[in-house]
Design a binder for this molecule. Structure first.
Ligand code: SAM
Ligand code: SF4
Length: 266
């Protein structure tokens, strides 16, 4: 479906949980967050119903994200459910890869095509600092498992604070290039103050070509990461919420002081 600015909306990002096994400094407070009640979190059947309707409206690409999607129980079965929807031609997941070693094979069998993996440094101590306790070896194991399972291409999401020439970014670029992974540099964003820049190596952050809508884990369809607008599929019904989300996409992002990456699915 076209939005008001004649952008073809074809990409749905689904946040399946607000929970995470890391606490990245730019994403979550150190003490974590009060998790949503289980009743508020959409069931897999509710997500599947939305995907089926979204495909009718022109969605053909789906990304599963979070929070950390691999901490949600039964995530492989959700992948299988979505992969079974006719019309989805690109099914990907964004993950911190901490648990990917365990899940990669099953995800591939279930129909996941590829993964984006978040990695901001190659230095174990720095990684632990940025993620507040993460073990980088688990990420390396997860990446290897994804490659072995045939989840391909592998894209590395690297958040940068200044530029893609900063030391950590250069290390991650080198790691990606050595292994044949794609690399995308994401400038640190600030939802509260409306700061974002185009993703280097990706399509994100470029409003003129934005083709996305987002589903939060509690069932709100969001037209834009940088907008407070959200339309509840439970309250409005799927068709109306979807229509409103697409028609309310702003020409360009503003601010979202109420928003959080771990819920909207960065
Ligand atoms: N937990 C998964 C992960 O980290 O890959 C998926 C969800 S995470 C919210 C999705 C992406 O958002 C990650 O690549 C993360 O680096 C990015 N992100 C989180 N907070 C951000 C911020 N303030 N600015 C830019 N990117 C951010
Ligand atoms: Fe968790 Fe991903 Fe946020 Fe890091 S960026 S705290 S891994 S949801």
């Amino acid at each position: 479906m076209l939005d008001r600015y004649k952008r073809q909306i074809s990409y749905l990002r689904i946040s399946v949980t607000d929970r995470c096994n890391l606490r990245c400094t730019y994403c979550m407070p150190a003490e974590g967050v009060v998790p949503m009640s289980h009743n508020d979190i959409l069931s897999y059947d509710e997500i599947l119903d939305l995907v089926k309707v979204a495909v009718e409206s022109g969605i053909n690409k789906v990304r599963i994200t979070g929070g950390e999607p691999l901490v949600r129980k039964g995530i492989v079965s959700l992948v299988e459910m979505i992969a079974g929807v006719k019309g989805i031609t690109d099914l990907a997941m964004t993950t911190n890869a901490i648990l990917l070693d365990e899940f990669a094979k099953d995800l591939k069998t279930a129909g996941l095509q590829r993964v984006n993996i978040s990695l901001d440094t190659l230095d174990p101590d720095n990684y632990a600092k940025i993620t507040r306790g993460g073990n980088i070896q688990q990420v390396f194991n997860g990446i290897k498992a994804a490659e072995d399972a045939g989840l391909w291409p592998i894209k590395i999401n690297c958040v940068i604070t200044q530029s893609s020439d900063e030391p950590d970014a250069l290390m991650v670029r080198d790691f990606a290039e050595r292994n044949g992974y794609e690399i995308r540099f994401i400038h640190l964003m600030d939802l509260e103050n409306g700061f974002f820049e185009p993703v280097e190596g990706g399509d994100g952050g470029n409003c003129a070509i934005c083709n996305r809508i987002r589903l939060t884990s509690n069932g709100f369809l969001m037209p834009c990461l940088f907008s407070t607008k959200g339309f509840s599929i439970r309250e409005m019904g799927i068709n109306e919420a979807l229509d409103e989300a697409i028609q309310n996409k702003p020409e360009s992002g503003g601010k979202n002081p109420e928003g959080n990456f771990y819920n909207i699915g960065g």
